[in-house]
Design a protein around this ligand. Structure first.
Ligand SMILES: Nc1nc2c(ncn2[C@@H]2O[C@H](COP(=O)(O)OP(=O)(O)O)[C@@H](O)[C@H]2O)c(=O)[nH]1
Ligand SMILES: Nc1ncnc2c1ncn2[C@@H]1O[C@H](COP(=O)(O)OP(=O)(O)O)[C@@H](O)[C@H]1O
Length: 184
């Protein structure tokens, strides 16, 4: 059965780290989405995202799209089908409004994984260590969307499976158990 692990959580919580681990260890591909935000050091166009301008973004056909902070983000049905052609189990990183769209449209094909940390002060530190631009970090942390995504609304909370990503080794162990259970 085709399934998708939808991963959400605040900036710096470890969403990319988790999808990279699942790809490297289990060959689980990630659905690549589109964004107008600037590339960070080390990011590759077509791997982290398809990086777009406002003009090219407008011309795309999206399954769902949102404004997050100062930038646009969107995902397409084609990108999902492309990932599913590679593997029955795939991952996707979206913010919480995107999660709601996917849960509505895909029902029990979607497994919702929400990542948190026990102390949100760690997040800023992780963004600094990741090498993000300091001004971008301030803008992000002060955005409405960032504050909103620190917690889940009750309508999404009941669908969420939580992993507290304080310690990466513990997180990997939990992911291993999750994959075993989803592959059954
Ligand atoms: N709804 C939706 N959200 C997306 C999409 N792509 C990325 N996001 C979300 O946009 C937010 C900002 O992403 P990004 O700028 O990469 O920041 P990061 O969370 O710090 O790595 C994150 O919460 C992502 O989950 C998309 O196609 N649709
Ligand atoms: N459990 C962890 N402990 C310490 N650092 C972590 C942990 N998980 C991820 N990181 C680091 O924190 C930074 C943010 O992680 P990332 O996966 O890019 O977050 P997100 O995609 O959610 O914004 C990265 O530099 C990553 O290597």
């Amino acid at each position: 059965m085709q399934r998708i692990i939808i991963i959400a959580g605040p900036s710096g919580v470890g969403k990319t780290t988790v999808t990279d681990y699942l790809y490297k260890k289990y060959n689980i591909p990630r659905v690549i989405t589109h964004t107008t935000r600037p590339m960070r050091t080390g990011e590759i166009n077509g791997k982290s995202y398809y990086f777009e301008t406002d003009d090219t973004f407008k011309k795309l056909h999206f399954f769902e799209h949102v404004k997050y902070g100062d930038y646009q983000y969107g995902s397409s049905r084609e990108a999902l089908e492309k990932a599913w052609r590679k593997n029955d189990l795939v991952t996707l990183i979206v913010e919480t409004e995107g999660v709601a769209s996917y849960l509505n449209k895909l029902g029990n094909k979607a497994y919702f994984l929400y990542l948190t940390v026990s102390d949100s002060k760690i997040l800023k530190q992780r963004l600094i260590e990741r090498g993000d631009d300091v001004q971008e970090i301030e803008k992000r942390i002060n955005s409405q969307e960032y504050k909103r995504d620190l917690r889940l609304k009750p309508n999404l909370e009941r669908f969420a499976h939580y992993i507290i990503n304080d310690n990466l080794a513990d997180t990997k162990e939990k992911l291993d158990k999750l994959i075993t259970s989803l592959e059954k």
